[in-house]
Design a protein around this ligand. Structure first.
Ligand SMILES: C[C@@H](c1ccc(Cl)cc1)n1cnc(-c2ccccc2)c1-c1c(C(=O)NCCN2CCN(C3CCCCC3)CC2)[nH]c2cc(Cl)ccc12
Length: 100
């Protein structure tokens, strides 16, 4: 029915399309495809940080991304997961809406 069609359309509406440098990072963390929800983007970025061991083993909220593509995208050597603002700024620059 109409509301289902609308729900499906809205469901698609919250998909985002990462620009190539970010897409490569997400794919390195196991992402498939080219459009994702923001939640999926965050999940894969977290996975990337873990598999690349970019977080500090003792201070696990600190991410040292200097020298990694992630650091290139963020324009940072390090950041704390307690202050997500640099990550959101980077996403604004590297995500486009995938609305058809
Ligand atoms: C609240 C959330 C968050 C999410 C977004 C932001 Cl911008 C900040 C913070 N968060 C809290 N700690 C982390 C984290 C910390 C160290 C290593 C990996 C992830 C995350 C991040 C997740 C995530 O999807 N988190 C799921 C649960 N995490 C708990 C922490 N766990 C690890 C902590 C280090 C030791 C191993 C487990 C992994 C699963 N995605 C992210 C992507 C980035 Cl660019 C940065 C950080 C995260």
């Amino acid at each position: 029915a109409a509301e289902n069609a609308c729900r499906i359309a809205l469901g698609q509406a919250n998909q985002v399309r990462p620009k190539l440098p970010l897409l490569k990072i997400l794919q390195a963390a196991g992402a498939q495809g080219e459009t994702f929800t923001l939640k999926e983007v965050m999940h894969y970025l977290g996975q990337y940080i873990m598999v690349r061991q970019l977080y500090d083993k003792r201070q696990q909220h600190m991410v040292y991304c200097g020298g990694d593509q992630l650091g290139e995208l963020l324009g940072l050597e390090s950041f704390s997961v307690k202050d997500p603002s640099p990550v959101y700024e980077m996403l604004k620059r590297n995500l486009t809406s995938a609305a058809v």
